[in-house]
Design a protein around this ligand. Structure first.
Ligand SMILES: [Zn+2]
Ligand SMILES: [Zn+2]
Length: 815
């Protein structure tokens, strides 16, 4: 194998097999050799991305919209030999499928897994992560089979979605190897399940099935579980927040049950590029995991544009300036690129938004050339397989040049090999962002990526601070396995699987004993000399839904048919499924007619109203317990438990497309109580006095700082601004001084507030910078106005917020 990857230690005890992926930092890896494999091809390469960018920027009226242009250097492919342990049959199958030789990172990861090291492969889109686990798993399955073909070694593959598991299954079938494959999910028949239990060697499923089916009835699955040699966790960056905490305990239960049957499988995780993947993987599995982050697959040159739509002449709330909608800007750019014959995919938030973008682009193109509108389409999802293949074919042949769609995971179509990608609004995490950019430029082809900012603090910060997007490590997936609301039900489920003993507790983390005592106290488990027993008649796994964040889910019912369309968490129901809400479900738009909280039902019908809705909420907070505190000069940062009382009081209607507020309607929903984790900072009176702020301006300054900090926390924690909330007050009864809280919106916390506390200096400095650098005069949605503010974004003081944050940051630790 060329090159010997060095093993280095990281600070936190995890190991890295190499350095972080270099492409996203815009450096060439090993740039002296292999350059012969990098060449530009395709329409973009031939006509130069540079001149294309020049033409996009030169359109009259677009001055100043391009905030940053970054050219990411191409990266050559580095190949390796097939590992000697891989049987010829498996190697030949991959060669037949078009993999002549593995890339080096694939071979290194496969070697590590084959040697029994738990490994996480954290590399870019289309870097062939599947081969890293398929190669050792398929080799071992064939190598350990009995004389009469009986199962010797088995592999369990977990995907966050059913669709992804089926894609994997199709890929494995295409290898045409004599390995017994099976997808096990909610749609499997009784016969299929029976066959899977007795015969399948490579089982593709999801964490939900493990939680509800395989683990509770493990005795029936004993032969499969006892022969497990590999557990594959694909797309593991999806396991974050409360869902991530749930999955981490499902995996611990799996390890415990496997051990009961004598199996100690090797875990292989695959993830989009992420910071500290070995730490996230260790937290997810409870094991020591080696990380592999160097990507040896080839990339062409990528030109990345950060683009900000201009302020419109329209005035927003309290007279604030508002920016042009990202989707309108994307429609223009899509039309321009299609007119230039550049194959482009536009990512838009909702399916309706995608349709609007395609429609607008087609209208613009009709003015240029009547033949062009037919070459732009929206991908609405829900297509039949043959329709999907027709669409793929049309894209490949170039009959179709522009496609507007929601996100790639949902697409279910192979849309690689595009020239350009347009992204309408930052997709929430840097990992998701790079995954979307990675859709452009298959292999060594040159590519163009354009991020168009939405009118909010996070997008504004990113396009004006490209170093936080391009040079920075991608965020780690944040979740908190110690959340007692999550851990408690899983301890019960584990006890039903086999009585829990003292020896089991370390597996479930340092808080396991405390939480176990609490659930025993609550009568859910019984303490006996031989351990803790589940004696209830119910199934313990029914105590919790791993996709829910707590409470009984609200069912979404179609008015005319009574059909259950989906479910939403209770907290989500207040915010998104109240009467009058425009609810987007799997990209489809519905209008909610009524919300019955007593019976957990929201009735809605399909509709296309010319507006979207945003709920607004008021919040009160009291401190239960301070866990940690750190002094910043006279100011103090805190982390701890809080009681939150919050209430959705109204909702805004915003015109679509465009986004201007057209109405605000009040709502009569009950107040809700939430005990959760919060980060808060206090500013004592003497420090406040030094800022020179008039007493009258202090509430607006704190309120503005709170809003903007909520908007920017997603940059540091893998959350959405809707996952967190805040309160600011010039004098809080529990602290006696000015206090600004930011809390996790889920019972027990999801780890987001804690991440805010740990990265407070950087987080609050970014908040200050966003407010100070915004071009508006008195505040706007790009800095201090919040769409969910229950106080009509009033009072807000932009200059005051900067002065307040300056005083706070003066005492912040440097570096
Ligand atoms: Zn502003
Ligand atoms: Zn507010």
């Amino acid at each position: 194998m060329p090159g010997n990857p060095s093993q280095e230690s990281t600070q936190n005890g995890g190991r890295r097999l190499d350095q972080a992926g270099a492409w996203r930092r815009g450096e060439a890896v090993g740039g002296v050799c292999h350059t012969a494999e990098v060449r530009t091809s395709g329409p973009l390469g031939a006509r130069s991305v540079e001149s294309l960018v020049e033409r996009l920027v030169a359109v009259p009226g677009r001055e100043g919209r391009l905030r940053h242009l970054e050219v990411l250097a191409p990266r050559p492919a580095v190949h390796a030999d097939w590992p000697a342990w891989a049987p010829a049959a498996v190697r030949d199958a991959f060669v037949r499928a078009g993999v002549e030789r593995p890339w080096q990172h694939q071979a290194v990861a496969a070697d590590a897994a084959h040697a029994g090291d738990h490994v996480i492969v954290s590399t870019g889109t289309a870097s062939g992560k599947s081969l890293a686990y398929q190669l050792p798993a398929l080799s071992d399955i064939l190598g350990h089979r009995g004389i009469r073909g009986e199962r010797g070694a088995a592999a369990l593959y977990l995907a966050p979605t059913k669709a992804l598991a089926h894609d994997q299954l199709a890929g494995l079938r295409d290898l045409r190897l004599d390995v017994r494959l099976s997808a096990h999910d909610g749609d499997s028949s009784r016969e299929e399940r029976e066959w899977t239990r007795h015969h399948a060697e490579y089982v593709l499923t999801n964490p939900d099935m493990l939680h509800r089916s395989l683990l509770p009835s493990h005795a029936r699955w004993a032969s499969l579980l006892g022969s497990l040699r590999y557990v594959v966790i694909d797309e593991c960056h999806h396991y974050r927040g409360v869902f991530g905490a749930h999955v981490s305990h499902v995996l611990r239960r799996l390890r415990r049950v496997c051990a009961m049957y004598g199996a100690h499988p090797t875990f292989v995780l695959a993830s989009a590029t992420a910071a500290e993947p070995e730490i996230t993987a260790a937290r997810l599995t409870g094991l020591d995991v080696v990380a592999l982050t160097r990507d040896d697959s080839p990339r062409g040159q990528v030109s990345l544009l950060l683009w900000e739509p201009p302020f419109t002449s329209h005035a927003g709330e309290n007279g604030a300036p508002v920016r042009r909608a990202a989707s309108s800007e994307v429609a223009d750019l899509l039309a321009d690129l299609v007119a230039e014959d550049v194959r482009t995919l536009a990512f838009v938030r909702s399916r309706r938004g995608a349709e609007q973008v395609a429609l607008t682009a087609a209208e613009l193109l009709a003015e240029v050339d009547p033949s062009l509108p037919g070459r732009v389409a929206a991908y609405r999802g829900g297509y039949l397989p043959e329709e999907r293949r027709a669409l793929e074919g049309a894209l490949r042949r170039g009959d179709l040049i522009g496609l507007a769609a929601t996100n790639a995971l949902e697409l279910g179509i192979d849309i690689s090999g595009l020239d350009a990608v347009l992204i309408a609004g930052f997709p929430g995490t840097r990992a998701a962002f790079w995954q979307q950019v990675g859709r452009a430029g298959r292999g060594a082809q040159d590519a163009l990526g354009i991020l168009v900012a939405r009118d909010d603090p996070l997008d504004t910060y990113l396009v004006t601070h490209p170093e936080t997007l391009i040079g920075a490590p991608v965020e780690a997936a944040v979740f908190d396995p110690a959340n007692p609301h999550v851990l408690g039900p899983h301890l019960c489920a584990a006890a039903q699987e086999a009585p829990l003993t003292e020896a089991d507790l370390p597996l479930f983390g340092p808080t396991a004993r405390e939480v176990l005592d609490a659930v025993t106290e609550a009568g859910l488990l019984r303490r006996r000399p031989r351990g803790w027993f589940w004696t209830d008649r119910r199934r313990a796994c029914d105590l919790t839904d791993i996709r829910s964040t707590g409470g009984s889910a609200v069912q979404l019912i179609e008015a005319d048919t009574g059909r259950v369309v989906g479910t939403v968490d209770p907290s989500g129901a207040h915010n998104t499924a109240h009467a009058g809400a425009v609810y987007v479900h799997r990209g489809e738009t519905w209008l909610v007619e009524s919300l019955d909280l007593e019976h957990h039902v929201a009735v809605m019908r399909r509709a296309e109203p010319p507006y979207s809705t945003t709920a607004r909420e008021v919040t009160d907070i009291s401190i239960v317990q301070t866990r940690e505190r750190v002094g910043w000069g006279g100011c103090v940062l805190h982390l701890g438990e809080v009681d939150v009382a919050h209430q959705v009081v109204s909702f805004l209607k915003r015109r679509q497309p465009g986004g201007e507020v057209i109405a605000e309607e009040s709502l009569d929903l009950p107040e809700r109580a939430l005990r959760t984790t919060a980060v808060w900072w206090t500013v004592p009176d003497d420090v406040l006095a030094e800022t020179g702020l008039a007493a009258l301006d202090v509430p607006g300054a704190a309120h503005a700082a709170e809003h903007c900090s909520i908007g920017l926390l997603p940059l540091f924690a893998t959350c959405d601004r809707w996952d967190i909330g805040g309160v600011s007050t010039a004098r809080h009864p529990d602290t006696g001084v000015l206090t600004v809280f930011v809390y996790d919106g889920h019972p027990g916390g999801a780890g987001f507030a804690e991440r805010g506390f740990r990265s407070a200096a950087a987080w609050l400095a970014a908040t200050r910078e966003t407010i100070a650098s915004c071009e508006c005069v008195n505040g706007c949605p790009s800095c201090i106005q919040s769409p969910k503010c229950g106080n009509q974004n009033n009072p807000l003081d932009k200059a005051g917020a900067v002065a307040l944050l300056d005083a706070l940051l003066l005492g912040a630790p440097r570096g």
